[in-house]
Design a binder for this molecule. Structure first.
Ligand SMILES: *Cc1c(COP(=O)(O)O)cnc(C)c1O
Length: 381
């Protein structure tokens, strides 16, 4: 087949006229850091997710840091999460001197296997952090039942889950905290950024303090007309706020989430059709329960063919790719620090050797998908 001249990236944000005009209007407004646009972004995000509160942040990782801080984790406390996730979760658990306890996944969906969680719960377990992997929701009913039974906090890692619904409920709409990411590869972006959704006014107050140095009032209230520019610090805090400049981008992206995700779905369906029946490739599976998939990533698994060689060949065809994720239990510092944490994760290990994320982004054309399918078939034939 003829090799394309231009490189097809693995991902690219879809930035249109409303994003650009929104950011320009903010630039001209005289206020570019946290303020009214962040507030509008938070309100709109509550309407999408059904959560009572939402807090803008400069990353999802910051949200995980603050949430674990608010939990007052003690040294030796345990937090349950899959190893098949982005390492930031485990970094944040480790920052609090707590211990990650990894649960195996379902090979087909790459989601945490909710039937294997209970056996990992101990007297030290404080929280469960499931990931709606690639935009497919985890089995929230089962996880919520376990959390209630064992008095654990559930923190949804919803970094892939703008537009993910489980039995009609959006990620973040289940009554406990959920953390979203707006990194440029995610379904909607602010360049860098994140949001934590909540259902607790008390926790909201606490997280807002921790987000901004521990100062009790936002800068835009202190510097507004008649505001009091003095402040007190109630508690040691961090600096994790989102600027309005980025909220302007997020507001315009959020207005387009349905259109963007519909496009992702269409392209994913083309992939599923174009790649079916290949012996050396497993296609992504979807959960059996009722759900709406956000198709954040399209991850295939390569069998009976070395993955490194497969990636090299994709590069020869001018096709980009991703790896979501190198399993956390196998990262050097995690192995050194937690030794045996990678035991009893057979499906994680089986999937980890095989996964590769193919290009998927809203501005990709249907011809692009057909091109990738033809290349994959030619490589694996
Ligand atoms: C992207 C991602 C994060 C971190 O998001 P940031 O906004 O980059 O901090 C966390 N978890 C998962 C599963 C992710 O994919």
């Amino acid at each position: 087949m003829k090799i394309r001249k231009d490189f097809l990236p693995f991902s690219r944000p879809s930035i249109g006229g409303t994003e650009i005009s929104g950011v320009v209007a903010c630039l001209k407004s005289g206020w570019i850091t946290t303020g009214a646009l962040c507030k509008a972004f938070e309100d709109k995000f509550c309407r999408l997710t059904g959560a009572k509160q939402a807090i803008t942040l400069n990353s999802a990782t910051a949200g995980m840091h603050l949430m674990l801080k608010a939990l007052k984790l003690k040294e030796g406390d345990e937090v349950i999460t899959p190893s098949m996730t982005f390492a930031s979760t485990v970094n944040m658990i480790t920052l609090h001197n707590a211990k990650p306890v990894f649960v195996d996944i379902d090979y087909g969906t790459l989601n945490i296997n909710s039937d294997l969680i209970e056996e990992k719960i101990s007297s030290k377990t404080r929280a469960i952090i499931p990931v709606h992997f690639a935009g497919a929701p985890v089995d929230m009913d089962k996880i919520n039942r376990l959390a209630r039974k064992h008095h654990l906090t559930v923190i949804e890692d919803a970094a892939h889950a703008v537009g993910t619904f489980y039995k009609g409920i959006h990620a973040g709409g289940f009554g406990h905290p959920a953390i979203f990411s707006f990194h440029p590869i995610k379904n909607i972006t602010t360049g860098e950024g994140g949001m934590i959704t909540l259902n607790s006014a008390g926790l909201e107050k606490k997280l807002r303090l921790l987000r901004f140095h521990g100062i009790e009032r936002d800068a835009w209230k202190r510097y507004g007309k008649g505001g009091n520019p003095s402040y007190d610090i109630m508690e040691l805090g961090y600096k994790y706020n989102m600027p309005d400049l980025l909220a302007a981008l997020g507001l315009a992206q959020l207005d387009r989430w349905k259109e963007l995700n519909a496009r992702r779905r269409k392209l994913a369906e083309l992939y599923l059709d174009g790649l079916k029946g290949l012996l050396k490739l497993d296609l992504p599976q979807v959960p059996e329960y009722e759900h709406t998939h956000a198709w954040h990533l399209f991850i295939v698994k390569i069998k009976d063919y070395p993955r490194d060689a497969f990636m090299e060949k994709l590069a020869d065809y001018n096709i980009g790719y991703g790896l979501h994720f190198p399993p956390v239990h196998a990262l050097s510092y995690v192995r050194k620090k937690y030794g045996s944490a990678g035991r009893s994760l057979p499906e994680t290990k089986r999937a980890a050797q095989r996964i590769i994320s193919l290009p998927l982004f809203p501005d990709m054309t249907e011809d692009d998908v057909q091109y990738v399918c033809r290349a994959v078939k030619e490589i694996l034939k």
